[in-house]
Design a protein around this ligand. Structure first.
Ligand code: SF4
Ligand code: SF4
Ligand SMILES: [Zn+2]
Length: 260
């Protein structure tokens, strides 16, 4: 399996996955969205909340706030020596407090143990004159399969690498240029050209539109365009590296079980 990175920012990655199979590509996707651990607030004690927002909604907003940390800085509670009771190796504390009139943002959360708030502009609660919020939260590592607040990779998907082929039957009428929603084709000097093959969504509109049956569109079953965004709690590199480590470990465990 080869990975060729096409686009890379702190929030997004797109890469070509080659020499693989649909089953392996889907295993990577499922591992990315459900197995890579990240930090999120779990147990929240609300000491004061006289805002118009309910405690439950406030707790949900705190829980969904992305928290950035080094991926190996904390233990998963189920793997921790404390047995999941909660200790400095598997939990950290967040504090939020303020009096109205003001709006409390994610950046107002006070953190410890090197935890950072990557997006400080998320509004958490608006406080009017005389209203107050004081709360303390315990943040722990968790996985996306248990709750989306522990899912660092979002909008994760892939498609088979598109292949368009044009035969000599083409009379360069331009109908496929007009119908294609992804601008895959263009007419240059009255000659049809494929200008953007990877943008194809495999919708087959061009195939149906072509009056000479000159077009075929297929997808490569061993090559995929793969992409996902992050919630910025981890970088695309950390998420991809961790997912491949987890997948490799699971497959090794499966192989050992089969050999027993
Ligand atoms: S619609 Fe068919 S014939 Fe017309 S330009 Fe496209 S491929 Fe050629
Ligand atoms: S299959 Fe759809 S997206 Fe792909 S080239 Fe044809 S019309 Fe464009
Ligand atoms: Zn612990």
């Amino acid at each position: 399996m080869n990975i060729d990175v096409r686009e890379f920012t702190p929030q997004k990655i797109e890469f070509i996955l080659e020499n693989t199979t649909p089953a392996k590509a889907n295993s990577l996707r499922r591992t990315l969205i459900s197995e890579v651990p990240t930090l999120a607030a779990e147990d929240i004690k609300i000491y004061e909340n006289s805002s118009i927002m309910t405690d439950e909604m406030l707790a949900l907003r705190i829980g969904l706030t992305p928290l950035k940390t080094q991926i190996d800085e904390f233990e998963l509670p189920e793997n921790c020596e404390c047995g999941g009771e909660g200790c400095s190796a598997c939990k950290t504390t967040l504090i939020l407090g303020g009096e109205g009139p003001t709006t409390l943002y994610s950046g107002d959360l006070k953190t410890e143990d090197g935890v950072e708030i990557p997006d400080k502009k998320i509004p958490l609660v608006k406080l009017y004159e005389g209203q107050e919020v004081i709360l303390e939260a315990e943040a722990k590592l968790g996985k996306g399969k248990d709750h989306t607040k522990w899912q660092p990779a979002v909008a994760c998907g892939y498609k088979g690498y598109p292949i368009q082929k044009i035969t000599d039957e083409c009379d360069n009428c331009g109908d496929c240029v007009e119908i294609c929603p992804r601008n895959v084709y263009k007419l240059e000097n009255n000659k049809l050209q494929i200008q953007n093959p990877e943008a194809c969504s495999l919708c087959s509109l061009c195939v149906q539109e072509c009056h000479t049956d000159a077009i075929t569109v297929t997808d490569d079953k061993n090559k995929f365009i793969f992409n996902f965004e992050t919630d910025e709690s981890l970088t695309p590199t950390e998420i991809t590296t961790k997912a491949t480590e987890i997948l490799t470990k699971k497959l090794q465990g499966f192989k050992e079980t089969l050999n027993q």
